[in-house]
Ligand binder design. Structure first.
Ligand SMILES: NC(=O)c1ccc[n+]([C@@H]2O[C@H](COP(=O)([O-])OP(=O)(O)OC[C@H]3O[C@@H](n4cnc5c(N)ncnc54)[C@H](O)[C@@H]3O)[C@@H](O)[C@H]2O)c1
Length: 377
């Protein structure tokens, strides 16, 4: 079995964040290789970025697709690592061409776009994976498995959170690329914090519990002066079994780096997981149970040591493995589809989670705009 050939859209340039994480995740298992890319908006910069990755460059995703369709470029799937506004068009084009897509979150800018992708995926039966990285952590998969096995009984309540502090000041005004587009409605969508990290918390709450959120009451804040979109996102929701979901995300929690996690309370026990100590999952069934762990904080390192960091503090090395596992699920789907011998892919977020996520963000924004009124998804 040869290596799968992967194309990347976005993710190029020295200042980019997540393209480099995908590059490593693709390579991690030695069964996939990044071979081509349309890595930046500007055609010349896109070609230069391809040189830096040592892959075949294309000036645009359209040119990459055309090369694949003409047989000039061999490709098994693409991964889309552009800002939010540039997910939908390439995802649609490649899916319609029957080429599998591993797409960054939030899936699209609008509910209508998300529903369109769902329709294409469902009709064409093209593999599609939504990059909610944390669902690639084995312990998060295990949490889902334990709930499915009935270990904590019926889920009564779920709390999922994602606290960061990096946008507590107007970093976008200092020209930080990641802050600029996330706070710009034309590139981020109707929500900054909710779309960017609230969707991770939403997927944690729903994917692990196995329950959908049916309606929400929300309060969104924009604490940093001049910012058009939310930097703080608070939602109470009703689960489809009548249970309660508390889903919060914030970017103004000073000192918090990547504090993402969840607690589930069931009729027989509780589960607790923290992304910053992803190696452990706490199962409580009434016994006293405590864990002490020193989290990653790299700020005390001199540059000689800090330069060995690959991802910001709070993102562990197994973050790469989690994302690699989503690429691994995509690989299994593709290989099985071809009749090759490959293990079953574990459940992974896909178009359904993408549509639900977009509906969730829309309902939360609408609810917040109406003083927290209950709003159906
Ligand atoms: N799954 C996760 O855990 C996770 C973590 C971080 C970021 N993300 C997602 O990854 C995506 C990128 O985020 P980032 O922080 O890496 O942003 P970034 O600004 O660091 O990188 C964006 C890249 O896309 C390129 N780009 C922009 N528009 C393009 C276009 N139209 N065509 C081709 N390339 C284009 C830019 O040149 C840049 O290389 C976002 O959707 C974000 O939500 C996901």
């Amino acid at each position: 079995m040869g290596k799968l050939k992967v194309g990347m859209i976005g993710g190029g340039g020295d200042g980019n964040f997540f393209g480099h994480v995908h590059e490593r995740a693709i390579a991690l298992d030695n069964s996939r290789e990044l071979v081509a890319g349309a890595l930046r908006t500007d055609p010349e910069a896109a070609m230069a970025a391809a040189g830096a990755y040592d892959v075949t460059g294309y000036p645009s995703y359209q040119a990459l697709l055309q090369a694949v369709q003409s047989g000039e470029q061999a490709l098994d799937y693409v991964t889309i690592v552009t800002p939010n506004h540039a997910h939908y068009a390439p995802a649609k084009a490649f899916l319609e061409a029957g080429i599998p897509v591993l797409c960054e979150k939030p899936m699209t800018m609008t509910v209508a776009e998300a529903e369109d992708l769902k329709q294409i995926v469902d009709t064409g039966k093209v593999p599609f994976v939504l990059a909610h990285t944390y669902t690639g952590h084995p312990m998060m998969m295990f949490a889902k498995e334990l709930v499915r096995q009935g270990r904590i009984g019926a889920v009564r309540k779920v709390e999922a959170w994602y606290n960061q502090g990096w946008l507590a000041t107007p970093l976008e005004e200092e020209g930080l690329q990641q802050a600029e587009w996330r706070t710009d409605p034309s590139r981020a969508g109707i929500s900054n914090c909710g779309g960017d990290i609230g969707t991770h918390a939403f997927v944690a709450a729903t994917w692990v519990s196995g329950h959908a959120v049916t309606k929400v009451s929300a309060r969104l804040n924009s604490f940093v002066e001049g910012r058009q979109l939310d930097d703080d996102f608070n939602v109470i929701g009703e689960l489809d079994n009548g249970g309660t979901a508390i889903i919060t995300a914030t970017q103004i929690a000073i000192g918090y780096k990547n504090d993402n996690g969840f607690r589930l309370y069931g009729t027989k026990g509780s589960l607790e997981w923290h992304q910053e100590r992803a190696e452990s999952l706490l199962v409580r069934t009434g016994e006293v149970d405590e864990t002490y762990w020193i989290g990653a904080n790299f700020s005390f390192f001199p540059e000689t040591i800090a330069s060995y960091q690959r991802v910001p503090a709070g993102h562990h090395e197994d973050f790469f493995e989690a994302l690699a596992n989503l690429h691994g699920s995509m690989e299994r789907l593709i290989r099985q589809g071809r009749g090759e011998d490959a293990p079953d892919a574990f459940d992974h977020p896909g178009v359904d989670e993408g549509v639900a996520g977009m509906r969730f963000v829309k309902a939360a924004v609408d609810s917040s705009n109406r003083g927290g009124a209950w709003t159906d998804l």
